[in-house]
Design a protein around this ligand. Structure first.
Ligand code: DGL
Length: 289
C-alpha cells in the first residue's frame, strides 16, 4: 500500500509564525510532488526576544506535534529556532532528516565588493553561539566584516500582515540606513520573516539612493538541502503516486491570519487547523505571564 510508505509521508515545516512561508515557497517550487505540513506558531511569536531554553522547549513540542501528524522530515524554517534548538532536535531524533536555516553570511561575503555586510536578524539569532561561530569562521576565511543589526519589533509588525506601510518602511529605514552609512553593500535577511517585506526594503534602499544593494536569503538553499536529504534517505515521494501533493496549515493563533497569508503570499487556499499546544513549563513559571 503506497500510502503507508514513508516516501508518501509529508514534510513538516515550521516557524514562529508566517515567516517560514518564505521558505515553503521554495520547497513547494523545488519539490512539487511532496505533501507538506506548515506549522505557524503565531500564538507564541516572536521567538527572538524569548529565553533560549523556552525556544528549545517550544521547538521540541512543535516537532513532536508534526511527527505525530506523520512527518518524514522536518524543516526548521526559522533562524532563531535553528540557532537555539537544532542541536537538541537532532539529538532527540538522530535518524530523522532535519534541515535548519542560518543567515547566508558566506554567499553575502562572496557578493560584497566593499567587504562590509549588514546582517538583519532577531536579537536571539545574533546572540546565539552557533551564529557567532559562523560569523567568525566566515570573517576569517573571507575577511568580510559583518555589521549586526537586531530588528526589534519587525517580526511583530509582519505578523500583523503589515508588509509595506509607511510604518514598516520607517522601521526598516531606522535599521538599514545606519548599515549603509557604514559602507554595507550587501544585506543578509537573517530571519525568514524578512523576505516577506522585500518590497518595503527595496523602497528604503532606493530612498537612501542605493537601490542596488544585494539582498541575501537562504530559502532556495534550504529547499535544495531538503531535496538532497530526502534523496539520500530514499524518501522522495514517487511522482507517479496517485493524487496531487497536499498542503495543510496549522497555527497556534487564529486560523484567519494564516489563511490570509497563504492566500496573499502564495496564492493558495489550503485547509488550516488551529492547534493548542502546551506552553513551555519554564514560560508558564516566568514573570512574563
Ligand atoms: N522567522 C523567525 C526567524 O527566522 C522569526 C523569529 C521570531 O519569531 O522572532 O528568526
Amino acid at each position: 500500500m503506497t500510502a503507508s510508505l514513508p516516501t508518501a509521508a509529508p514534510v513538516g515545516i515550521f516557524d514562529s509564525g508566517l515567516g517560514g512561508l518564505s521558505v515553503l515557497r521554495h520547497i513547494h517550487a523545488q519539490l512539487p510532488h511532496e505533501h507538506l505540513l506548515y506549522f505557524a506558531d503565531s500564538g507564541f511569536a516572536p521567538y527572538g526576544d524569548k529565553p533560549e531554553a523556552i525556544v528549545i522547549e517550544r521547538v521540541l513540542t512543535i516537532a513532536d506535534y508534526l511527527l505525530g501528524q506523520g512527518a518524514k522530515a522536518l524543516v526548521v524554517a526559522c533562524n532563531t529556532a535553528t540557532v537555539a534548538a537544532v542541536r537538541e532536535l537532532r539529538e532527540r531524533h538522530p535518524a530523522l532528516p532535519i534541515v535548519g536555516v542560518e543567515p547566508g553570511l558566506k554567499p553575502a561575503a562572496a557578493l560584497s565588493k566593499t567587504g562590509k555586510v549588514g546582517v538583519l536578524a532577531t536579537e536571539r539569532t545574533l546572540r546565539g553561539a552557533k551564529f557567532l561561530a559562523l560569523r567568525d569562521q566566515i570573517h576569517q576565511s573571507t575577511g568580510a566584516e559583518f555589521l549586526l543589526q537586531p530588528c526589534i519589533g519587525l517580526v511583530d509588525l509582519i505578523e500583523t500582515g503589515d508588509l509595506d506601510s509607511q510604518n514598516t518602511r520607517a522601521m526598516l529605514a531606522r535599521y538599514i540606513w545606519p548599515l549603509l552609512d557604514h559602507g554595507a553593500d550587501t544585506l543578509v535577511l537573517g530571519c525568514t520573516h524578512y523576505p516577506l517585506v522585500r518590497t518595503a526594503i527595496s523602497h528604503v534602499l532606493a530612498a537612501y539612493g542605493k537601490p542596488d544593494v544585494a539582498l541575501v536569503d537562504t530559502g532556495d538553499a534550504v529547499a535544495r538541502q531538503l531535496a538532497r536529504l530526502l534523496a539520500a534517505g530514499a524518501l522522495l515521494r514517487d511522482p507517479d503516486d496517485s493524487g496531487t501533493a497536499a498542503l495543510s496549515g496549522y497555527t497556534s493563533a487564529g486560523a484567519a491570519a494564516l489563511t490570509a497569508a497563504f492566500n496573499s503570499l502564495l496564492g493558495i487556499d489550503p485547509p488550516v487547523l488551529e492547534v493548542d499546544l502546551p506552553l513551555p513549563a519554564g514560560w508558564l513559571n516566568s514573570p512574563h505571564i
